[in-house]
Design a protein around this ligand. Structure first.
Ligand code: CMP
Length: 139
């Protein structure tokens, strides 16, 4: 089914100047960008976005990292978009990510892991609304 997913290019990948290379991977996989923006997240933005991880030991480091520089946030649309995007990203820990995935190619550590992607269609809807409200386009 055609789905939407929320994708974030994290501060490490923005700093490495690989935004275009990552966008090309989305496009080559048939994922359309239906909303996009660059944003310097506030702590409140990052803590709210990652609220499900609030009790995890890595929460503070995760928030510190996500506010360390601007991110690029996009909603992607395509056939099985949630899984398709997760396949492009590779495993959360870049050391475990398959060759040719975004994290294997661009990420340095489990925190500086280049990209975020929604883990389900339900969470994608929540995450897209969190950053874009209803401002998502049909194209
Ligand atoms: P992301 O998909 O953005 O969701 C939560 C983030 O927490 C994850 O990517 C990692 O960057 C970060 N993180 C740090 N340590 C861990 C961990 N042990 N397990 C899962 N995520 C972690």
């Amino acid at each position: 089914a055609v789905e939407r997913t929320l994708s974030i290019i994290k501060p490490d990948a923005v700093a490495k100047n690989v935004i275009g290379q990552i966008y090309s991977r989305f496009e080559n996989a048939g994922l359309k960008i239906v909303a996009a923006k660059m944003k310097q997240l506030s702590r409140e933005d990052a803590e709210g976005f990652y609220a499900v991880h609030k009790e995890r030991p890595f929460f503070k480091d995760l928030v510190d990292f996500m506010v360390s520089g601007p991110v690029i946030i996009q909603a992607l649309e395509g056939e099985n978009a949630v899984i398709a995007h997760r396949d492009l990203m590779g495993a959360t820990d870049p050391k475990k990510a398959e060759k040719g995935t975004i994290r294997a190619d661009f990420a340095d550590s489990i925190d500086a892991n280049a990209v975020h992607g929604s883990d389900s269609v339900e969470n994608a809807a929540i995450e897209i609304a969190y950053f874009f409200g209803t401002e998502v386009y049909s194209r």
